[in-house]
Design a protein around this ligand. Structure first.
Ligand SMILES: Nc1ncnc2c1ncn2[C@@H]1O[C@H](COP(=O)(O)OP(=O)(O)O)[C@@H](O)[C@H]1O
Ligand SMILES: Cc1cn([C@H]2C[C@H](O)[C@@H](COP(=O)(O)O)O2)c(=O)[nH]c1=O
Length: 217
């Protein structure tokens, strides 16, 4: 039986790598996949993993209709055995419903990969619909870590190094390299406690280096 799979984890937890590995393993057995993504950091119509792998993909815009695309391809004689869908948090709820219909009506496996929550800790509409509809949901085994060493569960956004909790929901970006100057907009994965306290690695370092206040008035 075909299934709708949802693999999730914070940013930088290996989702795109797993998407490309999943495609590789199926393709190696002669199966034919269709690969989709939306707003990848490497540019449109590409899946990119931080381990260096990339693959061309069909870009999913909000008006893209998965059902129409797959049915058209099949009726024109194309072969599709499975779908790989990266950055699925950016898909609309309707697009996730189309993917569920593809699983049920066409018996194609659909593998979705994406983050659950945005920088405000709110679920993306596409991720929420996947939680509601997926046959299987798996949290990635490779845990991204907060600066304190605990498992990172939340994605924080920084602007010029300072954590923010307001702004546009979709802003493409990467996790900051701690050895580089902070990017205009970047992301950092944190445990819930440090996300709540807005305590990023840079701020924790600055606080720990601040001189002790003297015990005088
Ligand atoms: N230099 C490296 N050596 C080993 N593993 C790395 C290296 N750089 C990145 N990674 C691995 O790649 C993961 C990020 O993979 P990626 O597929 O890009 O994540 P995601 O799609 O979830 O944002 C990191 O969690 C880490 O495990
Ligand atoms: C939290 C959050 C993230 N994004 C963007 C930033 C990246 O371009 C992608 C996530 O990619 P990854 O492969 O999981 O690292 O999403 C965003 O637009 N808004 C957010 O709130």
């Amino acid at each position: 039986m075909a299934e709708l799979h949802f693999f999730t984890g914070t940013m930088d937890s290996g989702k795109s790598t797993l998407a490309l590995q999943t495609n590789h393993n199926h393709a190696a057995r002669g199966r034919v996949g269709q690969i989709f993504t939306s707003h990848d950091r490497a540019g449109t119509a590409t899946i990119s993993s931080r381990l260096g792998l990339t693959h061309e993909a069909q870009e999913v815009a909000p008006e893209f209709d998965f059902w129409r695309f797959i049915v058209m391809t099949l009726t024109q004689g194309g072969r599709i055995d499975y779908l790989i869908c990266d950055e699925a948090q950016f898909y609309t709820a309707e697009q996730i419903e189309q993917l569920a219909k593809i699983v049920d009506e066409l018996q194609l496996d659909v593998f979705c990969f994406g983050i659950l929550t945005d920088f405000r800790t709110r679920m993306f509409p596409g991720a929420a619909r996947l939680v509601e509809l997926a046959d299987r949901m798996e949290v990635l085994q490779v845990e991204a870590l907060c600066w304190c060493g605990k498992r990172a569960t939340h994605n924080a956004r920084t602007e010029n190094g300072a954590m923010v909790v307001e702004g546009e929901v979709i802003v493409v970006g990467d996790v900051d390299d701690p050895d580089e100057a902070p990017a205009d907009v970047a992301y950092e994965v944190l445990c819930r406690q440090h996300h709540r306290r807005r305590l990023t690695a840079a701020r924790a370092k600055a606080v720990s280096l601040a001189p002790e206040p003297l015990p005088f008035g």
